[in-house]
Design a protein around this ligand. Sequence first.
Ligand SMILES: Cc1ncc(COP(=O)(O)O)c(C=O)c1O
Length: 475
Amino acid sequence: VKRYQALADDLEASIRKGVLRPGDRLPSVRTASTSRGVSASTVFQAYYLLEARGLVRARERSGYFVTEAARPLPPQPRQISQPAIASVRPEVDDLVFSILEAPVDPADVGLGSAFPTPLLYPFRQLGRALAAGAQDFDPTNVRDGMPPGNAQLLRHITARYHADGVPLGDGEIVVTNGALEALNLCLAALTRPGDSVIIECPSFYGALQSLERRGLQAVQVPTCPTRGIDIDALEVAIRRHKPKAAWLMTTFQNPLGCLMTPDDKRRLVGVLAHHGVPLIEDDVYQELFYGPQRPLPAKAYDEQGIVLHCSSFSKCLAPGYRVGWVAAGRHAAALRRQKLTLSILTAVPVQVGLARYLDQGGYERHLRRLRATLQKQRDAMGEVLCEHFPEGTEATRPQGGYFLWVKLPHGCDTLELHAQAAAHGIRFAPGPMFSATREFRDCLRLNYGREWTPATERAIATLGKLLRRPKLRVA
Ligand SMILES: Cc1ncc(COP(=O)(O)O)c(C=O)c1O
């Protein structure tokens, strides 16, 4: 970290803790330079950075002032995870299912769900397009939806890669039943039972379950809550364990929400290509960015066809429709065969219906609204956490998606908290669900994309109260 960044981080921490409040003036450049023992240009750079973060604004000839938008938020966790770089058999199914299958009352506050509220999706327009798609469906021509998929839908998917300048070979995309099928088909094409696969730590529990089902070994690699996987550690893991694939999320990782920088994505692809390890890139949150443009996937830097880029409409447009895809690089032919042997094709009327919705041109407007709502709710969740959770709580501040990763102070036990919260009708995802070795007992994932009501804030306040009980300590 450069000096000016460290200074900006320090000042941001003061703003987030409420030491510096909206309307307060930052010290003059000369004062800050003397008191911090840094050059005036370092102070200027730090103030510019804070301005870019929306936390301060310059007023002509008066200096820099904290903006109204700068709210108290929990500090971000910075500590990189430290799993042993070993090849382990994930055993998460029982834990994950015991949480996912627990009886849920419709009145519960569901902060553990993997989906935002259905109210954020254009189901009425989708329904009309689907009805028309079903009517258009020619049952004598089922081939229309056979792998690689419905031609019109494929054109829409391909156009989004082209718009970003991501190179795609002919026939690279295969339509699947959601991203999860795409990811599992990739595993099937690349691995045999007993092989090792690289994953992040923590990682999406669906990845852990998929490895467990196929009898694969997981190699968990240290991952930073803000920058993503540690590429040096990844290289060590590759040398040591000769993995047959890496299953990674480079954009808005689940559960951390982190986004790798373009340089890190490029380096990641370079390292994997150098060692001949294919990248299964799980990119289901790519459309839910809050910045000015869609972050490029690692696939954008792939010159050798080693990236199998998996995504879907499940999170951004049509939850429950089960339509996803993989852009499988040099493995496309193998993926088409896997798809044919596993499930033949993806329901044709649904493919046709989605293509019709996309033809109508309302998708971008829907996405803009969805992103704006999620960003607003991220900030609201951060504020209520800051108000109600114990001192020492840290939370990520994702630039997209809808998950916050929360690290609790003093070794609080989130499995115990989960059991107690359920009795109050509150659900969340405890940290051990995201680790092959059941670590992260002091962490939890919160979904801020659910309907935001007074009950949401009350639920956070209740969790905060439960956390102050002594029984919740691990040690
Ligand atoms: C990281 C990640 N990958 C894949 C999936 C599955 O996506 P789909 O619903 O399109 O199968 C999910 C859903 O929760 C997810 O969070």
